[in-house]
Design a protein around this ligand. Structure first.
Ligand code: ZN
Length: 311
């Protein structure tokens, strides 16, 4: 497998207030892990910045303008957009570079430049609804990547698999009535943002939620994957799999109570690569979402990326 990695120093310049869990040290910790010789085969590329127009693939212009209005000009200032979401002077550039990397990753798997791609970006995206920045997210990178695959590469069916411990309410909101995108999510329930019940299935039964009870672990996660996520993927036969790869279901994570270990992310990655091999010519684009324990994040994301390299 050729596995590409998109990174960019601008991702470290999106500044949140002291003590905020979504911080630049997350990427620093992952970058250190990726210096291991195991990752020598990674094809590392600097992420390109998307145009502002790219955001309009998944959000109305009013949302883009609302985010832009709240970006501070002063370098030392941080603006609060809502309860958990903050912007500094470089946040728009960082968010647009995350969008650009997700779109470039889609281009790469369709052109054959890479079999699969990991995007190590922040801020994350899966909580961003059509018109709402929330939960540390401005723009929904996974949704924009899916729309880009359809528009630029003629993809017909796209699956977005979200194993972040929080429900991907933004992605569900954007694709609620779109039969061309299957959205599958495992997440702790109850937990922020409160959505993601089994009965939330979308207009065309293309939303598949697999909520997990607090204090469960590998067995429940793998069972949910085997009984709900994998059968849905098997039936849907996607042309592309996009992973909303959050690593906050790791047992060390401070924001949730699911007890996964690093090997669970290796296992789940392997199962998705099998689906991609069957129906999507191996095309997998994985986008970093959450993961707030530095050690748990580095371990889990490292094993996920290693599985993508090995195939
Ligand atoms: Zn999360």
């Amino acid at each position: 497998m050729t596995t590409r990695l998109y990174e960019h120093p601008i991702f470290l310049e999106h500044v949140t207030p002291p003590g905020h869990p979504e911080r630049a040290d997350r990427l620093r910790s992952l970058n250190i892990a990726l210096e291991h010789p195991n990752f020598a085969r990674l094809d590392r590329k600097q992420a390109p910045q998307a145009s502002e127009d790219a955001v309009l693939l998944a959000h109305p212009e009013e949302h883009l303008l609302a985010v832009m209005r709240q970006i501070p000009e002063e370098e030392d200032r941080i603006n609060q957009l809502e309860a958990d979401t903050y912007a500094s002077s470089k946040s728009l550039q960082a968010a647009l570079t995350g969008v650009g990397a997700a779109m470039a990753a889609v281009d790469d798997v369709f052109s054959g430049a890479a079999d699969n791609v990991f995007v190590a970006a922040r801020p994350p995206g899966h909580h961003a609804e059509k018109t709402t920045a929330m939960g540390f997210c401005f723009f929904n990178n996974a949704a924009i990547a899916a729309r880009h695959a359809q528009k630029a590469h003629g993809a017909e069916r796209i699956a977005i698999v979200d194993w972040d411990v929080h429900h991907g309410n933004g992605t569900q909101d954007i694709f609620w009535d779109d039969p061309s995108v299957l959205f599958c999510s495992t997440h702790q329930m109850p937990l922020y943002p409160g959505t993601g019940a089994l009965q939330e299935t979308g207009t065309h039964n293309t939303i598949v939620n697999a909520p997990l009870s607090p204090n469960t672990g590998s067995d429940h996660f793998r069972e949910a994957f085997k009984s709900r996520v994998l059968p849905a993927l098997h039936d849907f036969r996607p042309d592309l799999i996009i992973i909303s790869a959050g690593f906050d279901a790791h047992h060390r994570d401070p924001l949730a109570q699911i007890n996964l270990v690093g090997e669970d992310f290796d296992w789940a990655t392997g199962r998705l690569l099998e689906v991609a091999d069957r129906s999507a010519r191996n095309r997998v684009v994985s986008l970093l979402e959450g993961g707030y324990d530095l050690e748990g994040l580095a371990e889990s994301a490292g094993l996920h990326i290693l599985r993508m390299i090995k195939g």
